[in-house]
Design a binder for this molecule. Structure first.
Ligand SMILES: [Cu+2]
Length: 323
């Protein structure tokens, strides 16, 4: 996205330069310098966004559009889902020296035979850990999950803020399944980002509502006023297994039970994590190791909502009301 923006700017600057040269041969200058000022302002605004840690991330079916390079520090994904299917954008750091090519060759494809085994009943949930350990090289299970933006319904927008404290090679991924069961990851929704050693200028957001996630569940306010709200989400404990907790926000319409949503949240179920989702998701905070926290900014209309994790969704969830 940034690259596209920058190349657009270069093109605009080049064109305006040509125009200025062209015009100067005629009469002139006042409007030309205004145009040049405007372009400078646009360029500065763009740089300011990068420095403020604000990153435009969009998804389509089936790509993640995001910059190729980011700075360290508090990072806000301003996430828009332009696709027709539900998507999310999780972010994790690969073990030193590994890249998207290694992930696509040695890690991502392993989830196909795993899912097939589960679907046919040849593998049970208890076999998943050992299966992954047998089939994925050690580095492939040692990624560091730093956050990202949670599940988001088609056509919707949301914002999630999290802290990146280490430089390195990161991947952005959406592993929702398409209606035919194919992983979005393998359909093109894996994107590499290099985080440099530079720090951005972003400051930590201020939150009005605190939410925490632990092995005993979600602790969150029961009633929230309508309007634009910022939630601080803290991951207090680490679940068993190789995935830390995430927390997604969905609007309930009374037609779907929490059990059904929880069943959908579990990708190890053949129908789980498969588009379309049973509810409209509004974003959230992606997987993040315990001891860390992030923020979710959303516009809420009156109604009933649920916070729900992908990990242990049956118990790590909580409904609340917006008035
Ligand atoms: Cu997706």
């Amino acid at each position: 996205m940034l690259l596209i923006k920058l190349s657009k700017l270069i093109l605009m600057l080049t064109l305006s330069g040509l125009l200025i040269i062209g015009c100067n041969q005629e009469s002139g200058s006042a409007s030309d310098s205004e145009a040049a000022d405007e372009n400078t302002a646009i360029l500065e605004a763009d740089e300011q966004e990068v420095d403020a840690g604000i990153v435009d991330v969009t998804t389509s079916d089936f790509k993640i559009h995001a910059p190729a390079k980011l700075k360290k520090g508090w990072t806000t994904f301003r996430f828009t889902n332009n696709g027709k299917q539900v998507h999310f954008v999780g972010m994790y750091r690969l073990v030193e020296g590994k890249t998207i090519d290694d992930q696509l060759r040695d890690v991502a494809p392993v989830f196909n035979p795993l899912m097939e085994g589960l679907r046919r009943g040849e593998l049970t949930k208890a076999d998943i850990g050992p299966f992954l350990q047998r089939n994925i090289p050690e580095w492939g299970l040692q990624m560091t999950w730093v956050g990202g933006a949670g599940l988001l319904a088609p056509g919707d927008k949301t914002e999630s803020t999290f802290y990146i404290d280490q430089s390195g090679t990161y991947l952005l991924e959406c592993y929702v399944k398409a209606p035919d069961g194919q992983w979005h990851t393998l359909m093109g929704m894996l994107h590499q980002v290099v985080v440099t050693d530079e720090m951005n200028d972003a400051v930590e957001p201020e939150a009005y509502h605190e939410v925490s996630v632990s092995n005993s569940g979600v602790d969150a306010p029961q009633t929230i006023p309508a309007g634009r709200q910022t939630f601080k989400i803290s991951m207090l404990e680490q679940p068993e297994g190789f995935m830390p907790y995430d927390l997604n926000l969905a609007r309930l319409d009374g037609s779907v039970s929490i059990d059904k949503i929880a069943h959908w949240m579990d990708w190890t179920n053949p129908g789980g994590f498969r588009a379309p989702a049973p509810v409209d998701f509004l974003g959230g905070l992606e997987h993040m190791d315990a001891g860390n926290h992030g923020y979710v900014m959303v516009d809420l209309e009156p109604g009933e909502y649920i916070w729900i994790s992908e990990v242990n969704a049956g118990t790590v969830n909580k409904t609340f009301v917006v008035k």
